[in-house]
Design a protein around this ligand. Sequence first.
Ligand code: NI
Length: 177
Amino acid sequence: MAVREVLKMGDPRLLEPARPVADFASAELALLITDMHDTMRALNGAGLAAPQIGAGLQVVIFGIDANPRYPDAEAVPFTVLVNPVLTPLSDALEEAWEGCLSVPGMRGVVPRHVALRYQGFDAAGQPIDRSVGGFHARVVQHEVDHLHGILYPMRIRDLRHFGFTDTLFPGQALQDD
Ligand code: NI
């Protein structure tokens, strides 16, 4: 168990596509997921993708209960998602603020599909197949983007809606993502 360093935007490892997990029984996978969990919890994050701690595998974790950084967000069940495949359920997009542990201290407005189906596997290799919307769908899209080397600032349509959290939202005790 360990809290790992989170790579920051500018590190070329964040731009590389991640490889699918082939062996669900490996000790390396179990250790990776434990470290991701420890790291996300230590930083009070809503999600984390393996490339953010330097592991080029298709593993993301996410989950929110009552998070002071997302006061309007509905809870999202804690999920380990391996080898994910996303299928939008409509063409509808909506824009909302996002942050990222790899882009600390900043927020930007990012368009995401309103509803999508995600499929993949849990840590034990059991299938996951969910159709979700809203914040749950947004978090999944953000995390899975990391597996394709995409950071949220690359998706911002209007860079006037990108800036430092403490300037955008003064007086709100929003922490780094
Ligand atoms: Ni992120």
